[in-house]
Write a protein that binds this ligand. Structure first.
Ligand code: CP
Ligand code: NVA
Length: 312
């Protein structure tokens, strides 16, 4: 690839230029083809990767472990029950020790400051596998899936319907703006995206030639959409908000009527998963012909492998 990303961390999508995101997406498509053709190599042979998880994960953990392991690397899974992560030892000290033993570190957890501190003190590439604020590796897979479905990204329209201020919605705003994808958030007034994230995305969109918008009416928002995207109504760590979210977000369920309101018979449905069927999306939509969620889940692995190939 033309851009050199060796040694770089992936803490938020905002830290990367559109050219760097483009380079990793192009590499992701190549990696997927290699895997399918049985041409995977041993590109992580002799390398080690620490996988730190404060929160649960199926896709992210398995994507990192299988992508790294099948190329000869040695991933080590460490939950907060296993190591002194912010308990009894300063995070800076854990970061420096891990940096002496591992070639790279993945972190999933609560605070963005934790992943930032790991990057600052470890001296090795650090990958954000989800924090309360951002989910950058997810959005790489979402953009790849959109590109597979339509052949292009620039000028397409993606509409996120649901909790518009969560980690996935915020990261989609950034990633779509970087790739020239028109992006709209449909959310209740109290769950609209943060003003600074909207402003950053609008500034980027002015450069890449797309439109970033946020509104409360889901039917209005999805008009002309190529992709309708939703996520859980209650993110990890917010479980006490369950009752209030169901009341607020029930009108935002993605169902057949909302998919029809796109007016686009080729519109696809995306979800980062895990999904709570019957809440944010109906069984009919997630299991129906518009759904690309299993491709999207598989693409977590290809994009994460490409990310590690680019930076290690
Ligand atoms: N989409 C996603 O991050 O899934 P997991 O929580 O299973 O990793
Ligand atoms: N917004 C969700 C994403 C899960 C992949 C959460 O943070 O729980």
């Amino acid at each position: 690839m033309a851009v050199n990303m060796k040694g770089r961390s992936f803490l938020t999508l905002k830290d990367w230029t559109p050219e760097e995101v483009r380079a990793v997406l192009t590499l992701s498509h190549r990696v997927k083809k290699e895997g399918r053709g049985g041409r995977a190599r041993q590109r992580f042979q002799g390398r080690t990767l620490a996988l730190l998880f404060e929160k649960r994960s199926t896709r992210t953990r398995c994507a990192f472990e299988t992508a790294f392991g099948e190329e000869g690397g040695h991933p080590v899974f460490l939950s907060t029950l296993d190591i002194h992560l912010g308990v009894k030892e300063a995070l800076e000290d854990t970061a420096r020790v891990l940096g002496r033993m591992f070639d790279a570190i993945e972190f999933r957890g609560f605070k963005q400051s934790t992943v930032d501190t790991l990057a600052k003190y470890s001296g090795v590439p650090v990958y954000n596998g989800l924090t309360d604020e951002w989910h950058p590796t997810q959005v790489l897979a979402d953009l790849m899936t959109l590109e597979e479905a339509f052949g292009t990204l620039a000028g397409r329209k993606l509409v996120f319907v649901g909790d518009g201020r969560n980690n996935v919605a915020h990261t989609l705003l950034v990633g779509c703006a970087q790739m020239g994808v028109n992006v709209t958030i449909a959310a209740p007034a109290s769950l609209q995206p943060a003003a600074d994230v909207l402003e950053w995305s609008r500034t980027m969109a002015a450069r890449t030639g797309c439109i970033v918008s946020a509104m409360t009416d889901p039917r209005e928002a999805v008009k002309g959409a190529d992709a309708v995207y939703t996520d859980v109504w209650v993110s990890m760590g917010e479980e006490e908000k369950s009752g209030e979210r169901i009341a607020l977000l029930t009108p935002y369920q993605v169902n057949d009527a909302l998919m029809a309101a796109t007016g686009n018979k080729d519109a696809i449905f995306l979800h980062c998963l895990p999904a709570v069927k019957g809440k944010e999306v109906t069984e009919a939509v997630i299991e129906g012909p518009a759904s690309r969620v299993w491709d999207e889940a598989e693409n977590r692995k290809h994009t994460i492998k490409a990310l590690m190939l680019a930076t290690l």
